[in-house]
Design a protein around this ligand. Structure first.
Ligand code: 13P
Length: 251
């Protein structure tokens, strides 16, 4: 049995008082659960605050992106080592918002994946097709291209210790969730493609689903054999909504 993960992606949201009340409300209910992991990926300026609130609790934390560079003249970037200094376990790489709004190419994402691994972070490597791509019937070739970029740079062995998140772009922030069957199909495709390189790595690889996950649909999604939890945007900003998803993962 693979572990299950529920990871919040706060995106560009938060404030010092708001973060504190959100995390305190989450901590009230969460207890350590074998094979279950809960985490929040926060804007970099809040890492110190979040570490102060979460250290020693069952909730881990991470960054939302990571530089492909280790250090130097890269204004605005945050390195993997910096995230580690603030106790981060995770770093999201290749989120569709980074790809479409900030120009992250498959190659840049692959380099970020490698940089995160090198720094000792667990990368959460996001892949997913747009609505136009799904309607054109090219979902699998898009997922293959995105996945292969990381496999080429880092090799299948580097996926051991990382997470993949399938996030169909058309389901992100739209309220339109992939059906559990659509998610399962994409996850099975991704796992199968990794298995062609390394069957052992593929069988251990947690693949999370992201895109309008809510308390009301989480249980059905998480029941799919290749869905190993969720990457949660909007619902991770409301304690009760995030906890409802956590309960679905623990049940
Ligand atoms: P929503 O849960 O708001 O659809 O966002 C999903 C997401 O992009 C998580 O990374």
């Amino acid at each position: 049995m693979r572990p299950k993960y529920v990871v919040g992606n706060w995106k560009l949201n938060g404030s010092l008082p708001g973060n504190e009340s959100l995390l305190r409300a989450i901590l009230k209910e969460v207890s350590p659960q074998p094979g279950r992991h809960l985490a929040v990926c926060v804007p970099a300026p809040y890492l110190a605050q979040v570490r102060g609130l979460l250290e020693g609790t069952p909730v881990a934390w991470g960054g939302q992106d990571v530089s492909r560079f280790e250090k130097g003249a890269y204004t605005g970037d945050v390195s993997g080592a910096m995230l580690r200094e603030f106790g981060a376990t995770f770093a999201i790489v290749g989120h569709s918002e980074r790809r479409t709004l900030f120009g992250d190419t498959d190659e840049a994402v692959a380099q970020k994946y490698a940089a995160a691994r090198k720094a000792g972070l667990v990368p959460i490597f996001c892949v997913g097709e747009t609505l136009a791509e799904r309607e054109k019937g090219v979902t699998e070739s898009v997922l293959a291209r995105q996945l292969d970029a990381v496999l080429e740079v880092s090799g299948a062995a580097a996926l051991d210790g990382g997470l993949v998140a399938y996030e169909p772009v058309w389901a992100i922030g739209t309220g339109r969730t992939a059906t559990s069957a659509q998610a399962q199909e994409a996850h099975a495709f991704l796992r199968g493609r990794v298995a062609k390189k390394d069957a052992g790595v593929a069988s251990r690889l947690p693949i999370l689903y992201g895109g309008s996950v809510k308390g009301s649909n989480a249980a059905e999604l998480f029941a799919m054999p290749d869905v190993d939890g969720g990457l949660i945007g909007g619902a991770s900003l409301v304690a009760e909504d995030f906890l409802a998803i956590w309960r679905a993962a623990v049940a």
